[in-house]
Ligand binder design. Structure first.
Ligand SMILES: [Ca+2]
Ligand SMILES: [Ca+2]
Length: 296
């Protein structure tokens, strides 16, 4: 092998590496199923909400209910909706005299189903087929007006400079930290309403992951899905076989809290230790939701 041949090979492999990295970054930018025309979209499938709840949830995440301004955007959102499991998905159209978008963009493009809109005031995109009031076929992607109270999934659009919060994924499950001071039974019910359950910790690895999620947050502690009913149980019905009890725990309480900061009158505290507490009147605790069902 001559030096010049070696040099050629080095140059060739550098070129090949560059070509591969350009290809990889292009694939990453273009093949994301959630990016269209420089904007990110998120389909929320694991829970349903009324239109107004979905509108507020989208804003809380930094986006807005998707506003569809072209046949191309319609085709893209329809592709997301086709991966869902709900009959219909809220988008950002509403009637206030005339039809409007929550983004204040002009309501020009439409994809109304035959015979629509009727008399309702909120806009949904159908996933499942429906015969419609006049017997006309309503199919995937068609728009249908519906009452605010309908329980549908929804699609969030983020403007070009905004990105949805990255999901916290461990071992194929998603976790979400909620910084609301609530009692255990409220936290349990809120988690279910969002399509998950209070986190149930089954291994040292999962414990470490949850500790990483809460260590820079603000609440004193976080409710877990553990409760005492004779013995300790998980709301998921998984076997309660891993634990990280603080020294002297569990004492008399019947609900499980993972502490971020040291409780009064305790020693040898470490981040993430578990304490048994009584439910009720504890407003210093947020909670962590575990989802087995990921949004598409
Ligand atoms: Ca749009
Ligand atoms: Ca778990």
């Amino acid at each position: 092998m001559t030096n010049s041949f070696l040099n050629l090979r080095i140059v060739a492999s550098i070129v090949a590496c560059l070509a591969v990295s350009v290809l990889v970054s292009n694939v990453a930018a273009q093949s994301s199923p959630h990016v269209f025309n420089g904007r990110q979209y998120e389909i929320v499938d694991r829970m349903t909400m009324t239109w107004e709840q979905a509108r507020d949830y989208a804003i809380a995440r930094g986006g807005y209910l998707a506003c569809i301004n072209s046949a191309e955007e319609q085709a893209f959102v329809e592709g997301l909706v086709s991966k869902g499991s709900r009959e219909a998905y809220w988008i950002g159209g509403y009637r206030d005299g005339s039809w409007k978008w929550v983004s204040n963009e002009t309501f020009t493009y439409n994809n109304w189903a035959p015979g629509q809109p009727g008399a309702d005031t909120r806009l949904a995109m159908r996933r499942t087929a429906w015969s419609g009031p006049t017997g006309n076929d309503v199919t995937l992607g068609h728009w249908d007006d519906a009452p605010n109270s309908a329980a549908y999934g929804f699609v969030i659009e983020y403007s070009g400079s905004t990105r949805p919060p990255a999901p916290n994924i461990f071992n194929g499950r998603e976790y979400e930290v909620i910084e609301d001071g609530v009692i255990w039974t409220q936290a349990r019910d809120l988690a279910i309403a969002r399509g998950g359950y209070l986190v149930c910790i089954n291994s040292a690895e999962e414990q470490a992951f949850v500790e990483g999620l809460i260590k820079d947050k603000s609440m004193t502690g976080y409710w877990l899905g553990g409760y005492r009913d004779g013995s300790w149980k998980w709301v998921s019905n998984e076997i309660f076989n891993y634990n990280k009890w603080a020294p002297g725990q569990p004492a008399t309480g019947n609900r499980l809290v993972l502490f971020r900061t040291q409780p009064a009158n305790t020693t040898a505290f470490e981040l993430g230790q578990w304490f048994a507490v009584q439910d009720g009147n504890y407003r210093f605790y947020g909670f962590v939701i575990e989802y087995t069902r990921l949004n598409p």
